[in-house]
Design a protein around this ligand. Structure first.
Ligand code: PEP
Ligand code: MN
Length: 350
């Protein structure tokens, strides 16, 4: 439930509304806006007596949020949330952001080489998994803590902020020590205790859509993170399972405008896992930006043929550099631009 205050309501009136909400056993989230302040009521169990709040001085109206997710919805917050993972690196604003790097961290040399290449091409953040959620227990599981240390070296060398996955609560605390954004992968999208844990940690979170999750499921999972007080959540379409095995997944391009209408959170796309095929990554990355995505996350490897995971869907650095140039042109055609790489001047498209 959302309590909208009158234009010009006093701070004392806003505080009184918040106090009454707390007295009723719920949490109050005051949200100052440009025109007027709203106070969100969190923990609504369907038994809230709205008349008690409506009668308070300074209250303009009480809005019942109809969706199973509340704080994530555009009803709750009409304006976009901008998630800033590092100085100058934001998602959900005017510019689109590009995260790139290998599927897994394999060695210090590999991740530093990849970081230098994606930075030179125009990426705004580095990806690379240290804890890998592999379908087979016999596949490469990632370098764990050592991998995190290598990511820290790559960050020091290039200045790129780090996006890397956590598989469980213990790992999330380790990841939070070096990462600028904690990735929750498709397989863990409905791991509710992990979602609550990253909500409490409070760092930006990249939440990927589960491979058999509806859009409502994705938004309800994001709600778990916001319910813990962390609104720094970036959503990601990464393809869903379908009957057709021609591509690894069915990349749901429509999810981008659908989510952006339902939620104020930034929405990016992962055309690498979305297609699973190197030559399909570029067309789908272009399409995602054209569809309005707030960014893309793309797998790039210095030597994809020798990659320990997802080599077949990883771009060669030259292919990625070409893709960034194309994304710049597409972004410009729809009135946006690509975020400048941290520490560099913006590139203008002629
Ligand atoms: C990844 O980003 O490397 C990954 C495992 O992605 P997903 O969770 O979307 O499968
Ligand atoms: Mn991968």
């Amino acid at each position: 439930m959302l309590v909208v205050m009158q234009h010009g309501a006093t701070q004392a009136q806003i505080d009184r509304v918040a106090r009454v909400i707390e007295e009723m056993g719920y949490q109050a989230r005051p949200m100052p806006g440009e025109q007027r302040t709203a106070v969100g009521l969190v923990g609504n169990d369907g038994r809230v007596d709205a008349s008690r709040i409506e009668a308070l001085e300074g209250v303009a109206e009480v809005i019942h949020v109809s969706k199973p997710y509340k704080q994530v919805s555009r009803e709750w917050q009409p304006q976009n949330t901008v998630v800033t993972i590092a100085p100058g690196v934001s998602f959900g604003g005017h510019d689109v952001a590009i995260i790139a790097g290998p599927c897994s961290v394999e060695s210090e040399h590999q991740i530093v080489t990849a970081a230098r290449a994606v930075r030179a091409a125009g990426a705004s953040a580095l990806r690379g998994g240290a804890f890998k959620p592999r379908s087979s227990p016999y596949a490469f599981q990632g370098l764990g803590k050592k991998g995190l240390e290598m990511l820290a070296v790559a960050k020091r060398e290039t200045g790129l902020p780090i996006v890397t996955e956590a598989l469980d609560e213990e790992g999330a605390h380790l990841v939070a020590e070096i990462a600028d954004c904690i990735q929750i992968g498709a397989r863990n999208m409905q791991n509710y205790s992990l979602l609550r844990a990253v909500g409490r940690i409070g760092k930006p979170v990249l939440l990927k859509r589960g491979m058999a999750a509806t859009i409502t499921d994705l938004l309800m999972s994001a709600e778990y993170i916001l319910a813990e007080g962390n609104s720094q959540v970036i959503l990601c379409e990464r393809g869903i399972r379908s009957f057709d095995t021609t591509t690894r997944n069915l990349f749901d391009l429509t999810a981008i405008p659908v989510v952006q209408k339902l939620s104020h959170l930034p929405m990016i796309a992962d055309p690498s896992h979305g297609t699973g095929l190197r030559d399909k990554v570029t067309p789908m990355a272009r399409a995602a930006i054209a569809a309005g995505a707030d960014g893309v996350i793309v797998e790039v490897h210095p030597t994809p043929d020798r990659a320990l995971s997802d080599g077949g869907q990883s771009l060669y650095p030259e292919q990625f550099a070409r893709l960034v140039t194309e994304i710049r042109a597409i972004a410009s055609a729809i009135g946006r631009s690509v975020l400048p790489t941290p520490g560099t001047a913006p590139v203008t498209v002629g």
